[in-house]
Design a protein around this ligand. Sequence first.
Ligand code: TRP
Length: 455
Amino acid sequence: MSAIQKPRGQWSSKIAFIFAAAGSAVGLGNIWRFPYVTGENGGGAFVFLYLLVIVLLGFPVMLLELSMGRASEKNPVGAFRVLRPGSPWVFVGFMGVLTGIAILSYYTVIAGWTIAYLIKSINMDLDPKAFGNFIADIPQQITYFLLFLLASVGVVAGGVKDGIERITRVLMPVLIGLMVLLIIRSVTLEGALSGLEFYLVPDFSKVSARTFIYAIGQGFFSLSLGMGAMITYGSYISKDDNLVSSGAYVCLFDTVIALMAGLIIFPALASAGQAPEAGFTLVFDVLISLFNQMPLGSFVAIIFFFLLSIAALTSTISLVEVATAYLVDERNLPRGSAVLIVAGVTAVLGIPCALSLGGSDFFTHLLPLGNGQYKSFLGIMDFVFGNMALSLGALLLCIFVVYSWKVSSAVKEISSGNPGFQRWAIYWLVALKYVAPLAIAAILIYMVVTGQTLS
Ligand code: TRP
């Protein structure tokens, strides 16, 4: 299909957009990153802050990105060029494209684990103790990483409609159903209660500046905000659609799935007597032991890892799509070549990530933290791009809309398809002008000043 000669693709319906955007949002960010970041940051109090972030920062920025996308019908770089021609704002668009590729490079490594575990569960080879060896195994890590990357770029090369729409709609409800089953199993395990308590009862003495940093970063990461993914997805929405309700559904959907993931992980963790601060590897460890304690567990595991691979795939698709749309729209490359370039750059960046989980000592222990612990290459990428760059990107987007493009233009765009929005616009303005920028700027400045960025 020659996407460049055709008029710009559009979602076939409002529902198609919601599923595709929810597909982008729902992924490893919900099921892997949310529980492990919650575990590292004190449990219930973090969850409370996270929910505040979704309502006060996430949803307003979601609307912002969707309106920029639909108004410009462009990728993030093109959007700034159309909305403010000749201005230096286009730099923010470039930053978004680069951030997307950086996130893609390590996200795909973790996504590779889901395929590996799908295969392992088909082979009835689910051993929670083998996980450490698996992630340190260089050939396996690289193979699954490349496999997943290939799958993601393959789908995007097929074009927006053909590629993305089909997969997302059917499997999401099945994923939710399966997660409900896992929750039931998890909360009925012996000793599960203390895990629920850790997860749901806030202990505000555990809140520090770090808790805020991670809550904000996780909010943007999980909703796919701060680097233009939702600008790009918004560019395919029809002018008659209601951006407010579409955006709200995506936020709601994403948040419910993250909260459900926590309900699976923490009770099971407590029941196994493990500490919630285990970090990175926590989720896969816990899930595997959970499957081992379930009737028909290996069968459930097969379906679960299959769905998780698809959820991760619909997220990587959106990351590939941003850079691809940039190369197609702004550089006039054919879609196929654009996708190849994205794949090449991602592969180069992703290999050190794949080696940094024990495979290579150098990349695993790249940055000493001073307390005997180290940050790996992947850990640094996740912090710098998955957390800082997204927060900075969202901050700059707010400043752009308030001071350059003007909120009135954005409100006009949103009102097409939702005339009633005028009445709510003032709250949105407050969020974009004060709440989000002040919260994000305070955090970023604090991090730079105290230098406590990476611990
Ligand atoms: N939101 C996805 C997840 O939770 C990851 C993701 C996809 C993403 N596209 C993004 C994160 C764009 C930040 C920006 O798994």
